[in-house]
Design a protein around this ligand. Structure first.
Ligand code: TPP
Ligand code: MG
Length: 324
């Protein structure tokens, strides 16, 4: 496979960020119409984090996430239809309608799930790293979690084991400043997560998460460390969510002001990359509009597919298989 040139890669990243954004806008609409039940945590504003990082992986690399994972699932190759159908709880969803928004899963795409327990999946990432090493593979495992997870014991255990056993795991902390339901929720708790990496003697970097190119470059470095000897890395991606914590929360609530959200929206990662590519003459407004229309249509088709899909059969409740 020929390596993509920089403009090709950048254009692909722009399209991917737009797809994640439009997909989630459609999910928000569907939620408001009562088509999605349970929790639904949107990623709007944080797109540069997933797009910049997954674009630095190879298809056989593993990804494991918290519950804010619609974007990562799409980027790992699960179709927009299968992700939307899962949000709708339909039989055609990637978890057969049994998981919903927080539990998207597709082993065939090496997407090892969304997980609802804060920090609970971080040791699973170490386990995946151990399995890769045990089999002598060259894959890596990219593990996403929010900054509130660094207060959980499992985070420290996983980092410790990954360091001691030199596991090919990239721990990617998405620091969006707020961990709702924790002691820090009302504070702009910008933690220095990366200090934890030093305690475990693993590489650490702080990255501007509103710049997709910076995220991509940092994850490329981490992937290189992981493939060349299984050295783990902890990345603190400083990002920001433009929507509420979940669909059942207001946009800014009492813990942040409307002004703060508006200020952060000026750093929208999609607008930033689009402007850069326009300045470089890679795209013009007409091409941008075309890209946007394409992904908009893809998101609309996903909703239509989910709408028209059947509910799971009752027998599905007791059926637990990875693949047919
Ligand atoms: C062990 C555990 N404690 C509490 C919760 C409730 N809870 C759900 S989301 C959340 C906040 C997590 O914040 P953060 O890790 O920063 O991720 P973000 O939602 O900001 O992406 C909490 C406390 C949970 N799911 N699991
Ligand atoms: Mg957070």
């Amino acid at each position: 496979m020929a390596t993509a040139t920089a403009p090709e890669l950048h254009l692909r990243m722009l399209r991917q960020m737009l797809l994640v954004r439009r997909f989630e806008e459609k999910a928000a609409e569907a939620y408001a119409l009562g088509k999605i039940g349970g929790f639904c945590h949107l990623y709007i504003g944080q797109e540069a984090s997933a797009v910049g990082s997954i674009s630095a992986l190879e298809p056989l690399d593993y990804v494991i996430c918290s519950y804010r994972e619609h974007g990562q699932a799409l980027l790992k190759g699960i179709t927009a239809g299968a992700v939307m159908a899962e949000l709708f709880g339909k039989a055609t969803g990637c978890s057969r309608g049994k998981g919903g928004s927080m539990h998207l899963f597709d082993a065939a795409h090496r997407f090892m799930g969304g997980h609802g327990i804060v920090g609970g999946h971080i040791p699973l990432a170490a386990g995946i790293g151990f399995a890769i090493k045990y089999r002598g593979g060259r894959e890596v495992c990219l593990c996403y979690f929010g900054e509130a997870a660094v207060n959980i014991g499992a985070f420290h255990e996983a980092l410790n084991m990954a360091s001691v056993w030199k596991l090919p795991v990239i721990f990617l902390c998405e620091n969006n400043r707020y961990g709702m339901g924790t002691a820090f929720e009302r504070v702009a708790a910008v933690t220095d997560v990366v200090e934890h990496a030093c305690s475990y003697d693993i590489a650490g970097e702080v990255v501007n998460g509103m710049d997709v190119l910076e995220v991509h470059a940092a994850v490329e470095r981490a992937v290189q460390r992981a493939r060349n000897g299984g050295h783990p890395t902890l990345l603190e991606i400083r990002t920001y969510r433009f929507m509420g914590h979940s669909m059942s929360d207001p946009l800014h609530g009492v813990y942040r002001t409307k002004e703060e959200v508006e200020e952060q929206k000026k750093k929208d990662p999609i607008t930033k990359l689009a402007h850069q590519l326009m300045e470089q003459g890679v795209i013009d407004q007409a091409r941008l509009d075309e890209l946007d229309a394409e992904v908009h249509a893809e998101a609309e088709l996903a909703v239509q597919f989910a709408d028209e899909s059947p509910d799971p059969e009752p027998a599905e409740l007791t059926r637990h298989v990875l693949a047919d």
